[in-house]
Design a protein around this ligand. Structure first.
Ligand code: UDP
Length: 240
């Protein structure tokens, strides 16, 4: 196996991947499988941060569409990400991987508050740090939370594990002839409104020159392959 391209990464998983085959919530069996992937990636010698979304449980914007106050919905969404973080922490620790959860919204009895220097120390000690509650602010997403933490923690790359194996010129689920990019610029993603991450997250990565690696987390063993540059992926990077 070739040596990993990155030394420190942030892996962002959307909440939906925790559902496994379900339509909602958390499938502990599937989370255990994801934890194995994360463990295998960690064992390539990386320092790893993790951000997990909350869309499998609650999204503020869907609540708002049904009359719920948007900010209240967003706080509910952020709480959902904490549940997901705890589920992943549990699964990783069952595999003997040391982790810490740090939440952008302090909840002292459940996990640590987000403290950058402390997170840094955890990473140095070989622990995986799971950042929960997104940015801690309504009107943002966990993609933006992931981009922010990747910048703060000086990560070499933001890996976005989804159910699609990269960035396409059209939605591959609707258009079977859609083309996948191997690499694409931040500018093109933003100009063409390609569905990689929300625009705030992409802009933050561009400003801090953090490549975004989009790949399918559903394919077994893919994360470790992508980390060695072998798996199917799209890399979003500089505009030249
Ligand atoms: N959220 C928020 N601020 C943040 C991060 C998340 O308000 O910084 C809320 C927002 O309502 C969002 C929900 O948490 O819809 C779940 O996050 P997201 O939709 O990013 O999850 P994913 O799509 O990755 O599963």
């Amino acid at each position: 196996m070739t040596s990993p391209k990155y030394q420190r990464i942030l892996l962002k998983l959307s909440g939906e991947v925790l559902m496994g085959g379900q339509n909602f919530g958390i499938d502990p069996l599937y989370v255990a499988r994801l934890a194995e992937e994360v463990k295998a990636a960690k064992e390539t010698g990386l320092e790893m941060c993790l951000v997990i979304g909350g869309g499998n449980i609650f999204r503020g914007i869907s609540g708002a569409a049904k009359g719920l106050d948007r900010t209240t919905g967003d706080y509910m969404g952020m709480l959902a990400t904490v549940m997901n973080a705890l589920a992943m922490q549990n699964a990783l620790e069952q595999l003997g991987v040391e982790t810490r959860v740090q939440s952008a919204i302090p909840m002292a009895s459940i996990c640590e508050p987000y403290i950058r220097r402390r997170a840094e120390r955890h990473l140095e000690k070989g622990r995986i740090v799971i950042f929960a509650a997104g940015t801690g602010n309504p009107f943002f997403t966990t993609d933006t939370g992931a981009a922010l933490r990747a910048a703060e923690m000086n990560c070499d790359a933001l890996l976005k594990g989804t159910s699609v194996d990269g960035v396409y010129d059209r939605d591959p689920k609707l258009f079977p002839k859609a083309n996948r990019f191997d690499t694409i610029s931040y500018g093109r993603v933003l100009a063409d409104d390609l569905k990689v991450m929300d625009a705030t997250a992409v802009a933050l990565c561009r400003e801090n020159a953090i490549p975004i690696v989009v790949f399918s987390i559903r394919e077994r063993g893919n994360l470790a392959r992508v980390l060695t540059g072998q798996g199917v992926q799209t890399v979003v990077n500089s505009d030249e």
